[in-house]
Design a binder for this molecule. Structure first.
Ligand SMILES: [Zn+2]
Ligand SMILES: [Zn+2]
Ligand SMILES: [Zn+2]
Length: 253
C-alpha cells in the first residue's frame, strides 16, 4: 500500500488569501498546503479519501490518472468541492465511481451536487457519474477491509477510516472510547492537527500528540494544518515517530 498526501491544509489553504505572515510567504514548499485529501494506492486500485477543493491541481501534481473509489469523511466545503473533477476520471475509466460516506454526507452531496444525480445529461454535457453508498459497518473494497471510525468534529458525527494498519482521521475534536478500540496496533495514524491554539471543532497540536501517545501507532503524520505551523520549526518540536505531512508526500506501508 502506498499513501499519497494530495493536500494537507485546513479549509483556507496555506498560503491564505491576503496573509503576509512568515509561513504564508515562506519559500519552503512544505509550507504550501492545499485542502486535505489522501490517496491510498492498493494493488492497482486508487482509493481517494475526500475530493478536496483543488482535486484537479492535486491530481496533476501527483500524476494521478485513475480514481477507483472515494471515501468521504464529511460534507464540509474543503473536503467535497473537488467533486466535479471526478468526471475527468469517469471519462478516462469509462465507468461510474463508487463513493462512500455516512448518511448525512451522502444526503448533502446529493443536495449540493444535484445535477450529478439527475437522469442522463444532454448529449455533449459531461457530469460526474458516481454510485453513492451509505456506510454503516465495515465493508470490503478491492480486497481491503474498510473500517469506518465514528468521530466527532465538534458536535458533528463524521467518519475516519481504517484501511488495514493505516488510519486517517481529520477534522476531529473527540473520539469515543469504543472507536479508539478500533485503532489498536496501527502502523500509521494520520491525524488532523489544526494549530497550536485550541479550537472548538479540531484537535490542536497538544491534543493530537496526546491522542497519539494514547493510541500508540508505530508512526504518525499530522495533516489539515493552518498557517500557524512552519514545517521546519514544528518538526523540531515533535517526538521522532510523529511528523508533519506535506502536499505530495508518499509513504510506503
Ligand atoms: Zn476540513
Ligand atoms: Zn499566513
Ligand atoms: Zn470539517
Amino acid at each position: 500500500m502506498r499513501l499519497l498526501f494530495m493536500g494537507t491544509g485546513t479549509s483556507h489553504g496555506v498560503p491564505m488569501i491576503g496573509c503576509r505572515c512568515p509561513v504564508c510567504t515562506s519559500p519552503d514548499p512544505r509550507n504550501k498546503r492545499t485542502r486535505s485529501s489522501l490517496l491510498v494506492a492498493y494493488g492497482d486500485k486508487n482509493i481517494l479519501i475526500d475530493t478536496a477543493t483543488e482535486l484537479r491541481l492535486q491530481a496533476l501534481a501527483a500524476s494521478v490518472t485513475h480514481v477507483d473509489a472515494v471515501l468521504y469523511t464529511h460534507f464540509h466545503a474543503d473536503h467535497v468541492f473537488g467533486f466535479d473533477d471526478l468526471r475527468r476520471f469517469n471519462q478516462l475509466q469509462g465507468a461510474a465511481i463508487p463513493i462512500y460516506g455516512n448518511a448525512g454526507t451522502i444526503a448533502e452531496l446529493k443536495e449540493c451536487f444535484a445535477y450529478a444525480f439527475r437522469g442522463c445529461p444532454p448529449k455533449g454535457c459531461a457530469k460526474p457519474r458516481v454510485l453513492p453508498q451509505v456506510i454503516t459497518a465495515p465493508f470490503q473494497l478491492f480486497g481491503l477491509t474498510i473500517q469506518p471510525i465514528e468521530v466527532f468534529h465538534g458536535g458533528l458525527p463524521i467518519l475516519g477510516y481504517r484501511l488495514a494498519d493505516v488510519a486517517y482521521i481529520t477534522d476531529c475534536s473527540s473520539i469515543p472510547s469504543s472507536q479508539k478500540e478500533l485503532l489498536r496496533d496501527l502502523d500509521v495514524l494520520i491525524l488532523g492537527a489544526l494549530r497550536y491554539e485550541p479550537h472548538p471543532t479540531h484537535f490542536n497540536l497538544a491534543q493530537a500528540l496526546q491522542l497519539i501517545e494514547e493510541i500508540k501507532p508505530r508512526r504518525a503524520w499530522l495533516t489539515h494544518m493552518t498557517h500557524a505551523f512552519d514545517h521546519g520549526q514544528v518538526e523540531k518540536e515533535l517526538p521522532a515517530k510523529v511528523r508533519l505531512a506535506y502536499d505530495g508526500l508518499t509513504i510506503d506501508v
